[in-house]
Design a protein around this ligand. Structure first.
Ligand code: FES
Length: 214
């Protein structure tokens, strides 16, 4: 959570961390996010977190990674960790409405990952959404798991695809986090009773399907 004094807080994902340097991807969707996106050198931006747990990672597995728009950072962090493990294979799909919304492509290419862009308007890469591209790649190649981060409609399609292909699914979900210890209920996943701060932000397909707390 990033806090701009006298303005408010927004949930953000760090995509780079070294020493005292943190890099975030900030999506400007109005309100506090617009102010945070406008932060300049010497402004104060306070950060608290991280909370909960990230994606599961095992060596010797193959991962299909799907990110939508500003959902790229958690997946990029996963790639940073995965590339250090032996016999671990991953394919990265980044989807957006248009080419100019494909964030952090260069960062992922620098990590040595093969990147498959997908755009709704066909302005770069596959013409269509990221999950459709994942489905076509899964026709030709086996993967052990499908991990995703992005808009919740995309996450639900990704979860359904993984269920259909009978492979593991994990998705990273975003909510505002206040108490961060499972008390206030602000971060609840509506209808599921899951708390993003305490149970997530990454949830497996089984947990989501069952709609129960771990
Ligand atoms: S932020 Fe309070 S329950 Fe999650």
């Amino acid at each position: 959570m990033a806090y701009l004094p006298r303005v408010g807080e927004v949930p953000l994902s760090v995509y780079y961390r070294r020493g005292r340097i943190l890099k975030f991807l900030v999506e400007d969707y109005g309100g506090v996010s617009t102010k945070v996106a406008g932060v300049r050198p010497n402004n104060i931006l306070a950060v608290r977190g991280p909370y909960g747990h990230g994606f599961g990672l095992e060596s010797g597995k193959s991962y299909m990674l799907v990110a939508g728009g500003s959902g790229a950072p958690p997946v990029i962090n996963f790639i940073r960790a995965a590339r250090k493990l032996a016999r671990t294979r991953f394919t990265y799909i980044l989807g957006a409405r248009t080419a100019d919304q494909l964030f952090l492509l260069k960062e992922v290419e620098k990590l040595g990952a093969q990147v498959f862009p997908a755009t709704d308007d066909g302005s770069m890469g596959f013409a269509g959404n990221a999950v459709s591209l994942a489905e076509s790649l899964l026709e030709d190649s086996h993967y052990d798991a499908l991990y995703a981060c992005g808009p919740e409609s995309m996450l639900e399609s990704a979860r359904e695809l993984a269920e259909k292909k009978k492979i593991r699914y994990e998705g990273s979900y975003v909510r505002d986090v206040r108490c961060a210890v499972g008390i206030c209920g602000l971060c609840v996943m509506e209808g599921l009773g899951l708390l993003v701060c305490a149970d997530g932000p990454v949830f497996t397909g089984e947990v989501l399907a069952a709609g129960i707390r771990k």
